[in-house]
Ligand binder design. Structure first.
Ligand code: HEC
Length: 154
């Protein structure tokens, strides 16, 4: 076998390996990333929620930090973490409904709603516990609106 043939075979083998990996689970990274972003937003909300419930004393700096984190993560959400076809039943561990991709504009609007609510929360989270509660209410509604439409119950 000459060098050229060897290179062609090697190239075929390497693209077959890539293909095989992609067949295994092409959406694994996207699902893992979106779950991580969602879980971190949940953790930030929980920190603020503990202050609203009175489990933890209100701390303006910690509350403002959690609100800033949440806003930063909300700003990362996009279709990039939701590639077409990565719904429940097609992507391992996903609870995303197929409707999400049939209503992409609405899904993006719900991301924008979350970003607006997260921006509104920031000054409130730094103020006092009643303001924090009001701001969290807006964010919680934005989370729930999208979950009701596009996330399956586990
Ligand atoms: C624009 C839509 C949208 C918004 C807004 C949204 N989520 Fe989600 N969330 C989803 C979808 C879709 C899933 C399911 C993803 C999957 O399993 O593939 C999900 C899943 C989750 C999960 C489960 C993660 C896991 O590991 O299974 C948590 C927790 C979560 N979201 C928290 C939040 C919180 C907290 C907010 C608000 C601060 C929020 N989400 C806002 C769409 C959204």
């Amino acid at each position: 076998m000459n060098v050229l043939k060897l290179l062609v075979v090697a190239g075929m083998l390497s693209s077959m390996t890539t293909w095989a990996q992609a067949q295994e689970d092409p959406f694994a990274d996207a699902v893992e990333t979106r779950h991580g972003l969602m879980l971190q937003m949940g953790a930030d909300l929980a920190k603020m929620g503990a202050m609203v419930k009175g489990d933890v004393a209100f701390d303006a700096a910690l509350s403002a930090k959690a609100a800033a984190n949440l806003a930063a993560i909300a700003s990362v959400l996009s279709m990039e973490q939701f590639p077409a076809g990565s719904e429940n039943g097609k992507a391992a561990d996903s609870y995303a409904k197929a409707e999400l991709w049939a209503n992409e504009q609405d899904f993006l609007a719900k991301i924008a709603d979350l970003n607006a609510a997260a921006a509104a929360l920031q000054p409130l989270a730094a103020a006092d516990v009643d303001s924090l509660k009001t701001g969290m209410g807006g964010v919680g509604k934005a989370c729930a609106a999208c979950h009701t439409a596009y996330r399956m119950a586990e």
